[in-house]
Design a protein around this ligand. Sequence first.
Ligand code: ADP
Ligand code: MG
Ligand code: ZN
Length: 613
Amino acid sequence: MKPRNQSFFVYILLMVAIAVMLFYSARQTTTTEVGLTINQLAADIQAGKVSRVVVDENKLRAIYADGEKQTQKEPEATLVEQLINLGVTPAELQSTIIEVKAPGAWVNVLSILGVILPVILFAGFIWIIFRQAQGSNNAAMSFGKSRARMFSGDQPTVTFADVAGVEEAKEELQEVVEFLKEPQKFITLGARIPKGVLLVGPPGTGKTLMAKAVSGEAGVPFFSISGSEFVEMFVGVGASRVRDLFEQAKRHSPCIVFVDEIDAVGRHRGAGLGGSHDEREQTLNQMLVEMDGFDTDTNVIIMAATNRPDILDPALLRPGRFDRRVVLDRPDVRGREAILRVHVKGKPLAPDIDLSVLAKSTPGFVGADLENMVNEGAILAARRNKKVVGQLELEEAIERVIAGPERKSRLITSDEKRVVAYHEAGHAILMTAMPESNPVQKITIVPRGMYGGFTRGLPAEDLTLVSRKKLMAEMVGLLGGRVAEELVFDDVTSGASNDIERVTQLARNMVTRLGMSDLGPMVFGQKEEMIFLGREISEQRDYSEAVAEKIDQEVRKLVDSAYKTAKELMTTYRSQLDATAQRLLEVETMSREEFEKIFPPPTSKRSGTPLLS
Ligand code: ADP
Ligand code: MG
Ligand code: ZN
């Protein structure tokens, strides 16, 4: 019963109660006026003054020759009895007509109502109270129900065609789609099907969209719930919601369960102070239990999205749970153009529109920004009473999106972009020029968190031993960014601070820990692990001031030598540096193949620990 109905009913009951009270009080007031006493009436009858008496219940109307008077009789006895008691003889009564009126039907109804109404009222109140108690009971029950929204897979609203610029992610998810479509194919081969897929990426890169697209492609139902909906301050509810969600999912299998913003529940357990995180921990534990409890033939795939994979509980990420990780990065130029193409579909465009130009002028934009931008462009065109959206409107829209309050990601100027391109190209060139360092796998100038871009080296094989030459090569590679900036712009930027920090650390370790300097095979300084509110390492100095000075000199010697090599190599390969930077400015991201077309590795390369600079 809806609360509105309930209060309506209470109103009616109240009105009836008031009516009944009025009725009773009205009955009382009608009985108060008395114009004549019973004794007087008896005396008048004896005197023969009264021609007629009308008895209406207890009311008496005495008709005299000169008019009529009213009075009451005692309710228990009849009028005749009372008159006789007062000394009126039957003979004297003969001269007076006594007329007794039957009680009216209306009076009957009222008196019956007077009995029944209180009963009805009472029953009504009891009923309402009962309903209310039951109602709150129901609400408490539905609290533990999952709030998941189900989207049917029959009419896909979103497919892979709607998600652009994330081709690698699509390829990885294609497997999930195939499994959902034809689970039998995999099961007969005894393959363990992925249970959990974690979508990782900055806000607005299309994680939610991608999850929907997977269900749309596979044509299966899609349950969506956000992590924060699990966690509401109501003890035990999160866990029971998880249970309920998985119950539902099993009934609709094959299907996808999508937990958006999973970091709300999936944080490291025990990370908080006090007991306030108990609820979240229970919820997380329940989720782990449910994921483990799935049989291999329960075709339910759990997808989750987060932009903070670093804070997730490791238990969530181990095999058999969210063991697939699909990264959705900020799109590069080509990606942005593809996303724009998706969003201008269905909008009337001016023929002069050049999406590649728009893509080039929106570095750092994610899918959500681009969608917003196209929308702003359409709004501008509408306000200018145009029939189509023109290049001008879209370019203005870029500024609107950048200036808009919601945009938190980095905005890069074209100057900055040039510096970043040379910096990253510098890393790549030196990593390739040094025969001992890892081959370059990917170069990008798409900003990521704190970094303007990065260059990633690929370890071709795992090495447990790292040689001195290799460490030197690593230092040279790390200095590549700074050296390229110096060479090209005759100035340096703060962009190399992380590289420099790592070079220094590496050199110091070579001297003090690995015995790779002229100081000989000795360890300097005692490392102590102190655990206090997390993990902290303190170093105990066990050498003299004079040795400390020598260590500093050795560290400096190593760094200087790496720097010298870096500078020489960079001058040698200056033309390749320019070409790489130029290409990066155009495409923003380069794969190993693309890069090696510009700069084929001079010598055969060996491998080691991964490089990220
Ligand atoms: P996230 O969940 O990663 O924060 P969403 O999936 O909610 O981001 O994306 C918000 C909107 O941005 C989407 O509805 C879509 O219109 C647009 N969008 C984001 N990424 C893409 C993409 N790769 N291709 C097309 N549109 C995208
Ligand atoms: Mg989202
Ligand atoms: Zn760098």
